[in-house]
Design a protein around this ligand. Structure first.
Ligand SMILES: [Zn+2]
Length: 285
């Protein structure tokens, strides 16, 4: 990716190194694994489950603040640049869908973090909290992406950030609220299928961002798209489950199979139009 020298966003909140006294019940690493395993079996979002176990936060933004502004280290600068690019693209694209874009904050943290969605360990991976409109990212996830999932490369990392920003876009256009309401009326299995379509849409929106970022700022280099597709494939639920337990349970998928994730990221990348990201209308996602 040709990201160096491009605008860095100021909407980065750097909480790396901030130590947390955790509220609610303290969960050991084993406890967190148990919750994540439970989430896989029950099909619930591990983040929500973890928040439920560790108790609700006391205020809308209970986390200790970090330094706000573009970080000075390389990885922090990279994240701030990708965030800046998503800001530019969505501020231009979203009004086409009748909405104004408001910029989300990107919170960088290490080990654990307190958001309006509760206490979260880095073990749950990057996430978006709709209650405070912030994306939470432990940058060590990029190492994991490379070593554990075999998906190296800066565009693979940018895709992770853009996927979370995609959830913010879903929040702004009201899709997140609609899905939440619909989920309450559905069986756990159907609710899960709906969540999966929402995740696949976030993949597609990440592709839409990349399409425009490339057209406006020539962001992509040869091999970048492949990096992104490799990452989408590597973090498919089927791939992760097979790795963890030797078999895969489609009913418990929360993000979609490798093939689905690749399909929707590619769809966004090729079309650049959010209307082509209607994963809810597709017969089979
Ligand atoms: Zn997601």
């Amino acid at each position: 990716m040709r990201w160096r020298g491009q605008r860095e966003s100021d909407n980065v909140e750097d909480r790396r190194g901030v130590r947390l006294g955790r509220p609610g019940i303290a969960l050991s690493g084993g406890g967190i694994l148990l919750v994540v395993a439970l989430a896989l079996v029950t099909g619930q979002d591990p983040i929500q489950l973890l928040s439920a176990v560790s108790g609700p936060s006391v205020s809308v933004d209970a986390g200790p603040g970090g330094q706000v502004g573009a970080p000075s280290d390389d990885l922090g600068k990279f994240a701030a640049t990708v965030l800046g690019s998503t800001e530019d693209v969505w501020a231009r694209v979203l009004p086409g869908a009748g909405r104004q874009y408001s910029r989300p904050k990107l919170v960088l943290f290490t080990e654990s973090v307190q958001s309006a969605c509760g206490f979260s360990s880095a073990a749950v991976g990057p996430f978006y909290c709709p209650l405070d409109s912030k994306v939470y990212l432990d940058l060590s996830f990029f190492n994991e992406l490379e070593r554990r999932f075999g998906a190296p490369g800066d565009f693979a990392q940018a895709y992770v950030i853009a996927h979370e920003v995609g959830h913010h876009v879903q929040n702004l256009v009201g899709i997140a609220a609609q899905v939440d309401t619909a989920r309450r009326r559905l069986s756990p299995q159907d609710a899960n299928a709906l969540s999966m379509r929402m995740e696949l849409q976030a993949d597609c929106l990440a592709g839409v961002w990349a399409y425009h970022a490339n057209r406006d700022a020539k962001l992509l280099e040869p091999g970048d798209v492949e990096e992104g597709l490799t990452a989408a494939s590597a973090i498919g639920d089927d791939r992760i489950q097979k790795r963890a337990q030797g078999y895969t349970v489609p009913e418990s998928w929360t993000h979609g199979s490798s093939a689905m994730r690749v399909r929707w990221l590619r769809q966004g990348l090729q079309s650049g139009n959010i209307r082509d990201c209607d994963t809810f209308a597709a017969d089979s996602p």
